[in-house]
Design a protein around this ligand. Structure first.
Ligand code: TXA
Ligand code: MG
Length: 342
């Protein structure tokens, strides 16, 4: 597709709990024709294409300007379909699937030839998950193929948790967005490698580390994800980032209001506090991201988009615990941060 070939993007509402077959079939037809469409999952909106069609998968990379070497997650609607995508589905995968699927847990396993190498790039492995969302499941079933789908944002932008976020980024670049309302989890799936023994946590996400450790106590957690490994201030990944400068204060939730306020001012201009402590609410120019780690997780990415829409010079995120849902939130916050205050 040429850069300037703008499409008309249709935005169609679907019932997230029991989507009507008519809308799903319209979307499924586009998938079978090798098109790329956006749809809701329980984590974030996905940008999907037929995972067995190389040309279709290439369109995903074009639509979101995704770096060519970043492989994509394949979404399935049954364990049998997952088995088609891999060379071997080991007993541990089955045990985890029975416990967490459908749900926000992705396994990396050896890839079968069924999945296009465009999905996995130069890797001989594939990442697979079964989403816990009726729209996503029904779309996969009606398409009759596994669906490759990264998050439906432009590369580098915060992941979309509402259809409007997808429209902000991809209007004119894809033919259809299914609008199933706000996603519930709000961060992407947890990714684990099952080709390593013991398994390795590759990305914290919707299933917590503690939930995984109940089944895999020996799971390897890279130092980047652990709370006791100090994160160097100023570290920049440039990922999920708002346009507005974002500063993350570690344990900001538990710091005195006066300190948050002075950090905000020291960062130049008018700060907006992305607040996680309701008691700070009225003393600062702020929005409340949420009260509990789960609530904060659900609202984190949309708060970054709100920060960009409001005209503040800097956003200050009050960092939370690294436990439970806090691990995924803090992982995203630190990746989005332009600066980190310890
Ligand atoms: O919740 C989610 O996972 C969402 C929804 C749409 O399902 N998808 C999503 O996709 O977050 P994406 O592309 O934004 O993130 C996929 C992650 C990346 O970190 C990628 O590097 C990793 O999964 N990944 C994909 N295939 C892999 C593989 N074969 N080996 C290792 N990592 C892989
Ligand atoms: Mg993404």
């Amino acid at each position: 597709m040429a850069e300037n070939a703008r499409l008309e993007t249709k935005l169609i509402s679907v019932d997230p709990l029991s989507p009507s077959l008519r809308e799903i079939q319209l979307a499924a037809k586009l998938i079978r024709q090798g098109e790329v469409i956006a749809f809701p999952t329980e984590t974030v909106y996905g940008l999907g294409a037929d995972a067995t069609n190389a040309l279709a998968v290439r369109k995903i990379f074009e639509a979101k300007n995704r770096p060519q070497d970043n492989p994509i997650i394949v979404h399935v609607a049954s364990i049998d379909q997952a088995k088609q995508c891999v060379v071997e589905f080991p007993p541990l995968a089955l045990q985890l699937a029975e416990r967490f699927w459908p749900g926000p847990l992705t396994f990396v396993l050896p890839r079968s030839e069924y999945v296009s190498s465009e999905v996995t790039k130069n890797l001989d492995t594939v990442a697979i998950r079964m989403p816990a969302h009726q729209v996503a499941l029904s779309l996969i079933e009606q398409s009759g193929v596994p669906i490759a789908a990264p998050s439906a944002n432009l590369s580098g932008k915060p992941s979309p948790t509402k259809a409007i976020h997808v429209m902000q980024d991809l209007n004119g670049r894809i033919p259809l967005v299914l609008d199933g309302g706000s996603t519930l989890v709000g961060v992407e799936s947890t990714v684990i490698s099952l080709i390593h023994d013991p398994p390795i946590l590759l990305r914290p996400g919707g299933i917590t580390l503690e939930e995984l450790q109940a089944i895999i106590p020996e799971i390897v957690v890279p130092p980047d994800f652990s709370s006791d490994q100090p994160i160097s201030p100023g570290m920049k990944y440039k990922h999920y980032s708002p346009e507005t400068k974002l500063v993350v204060i570690l344990d900001g939730k538990d710091r005195p209001v006066a300190q948050i306020d002075s950090i905000g001012r020291a960062n130049g201009g008018q700060p907006l506090i992305l607040c996680t402590n309701p008691r700070h609410r009225h003393d600062l120019m702020s929005i409340l991201v949420g009260k509990t780690p789960k609530e904060i997780q659900a609202n984190f990415f949309s708060s970054l988009r709100i920060l960009d829409e409001a005209s503040y010079d800097v956003g200050i995120f009050e960092g939370i615990t690294f436990e439970g849902a806090g691990l995924a939130v803090m992982n995203r916050a630190l990746k989005a941060a332009h600066d980190i205050i310890e």
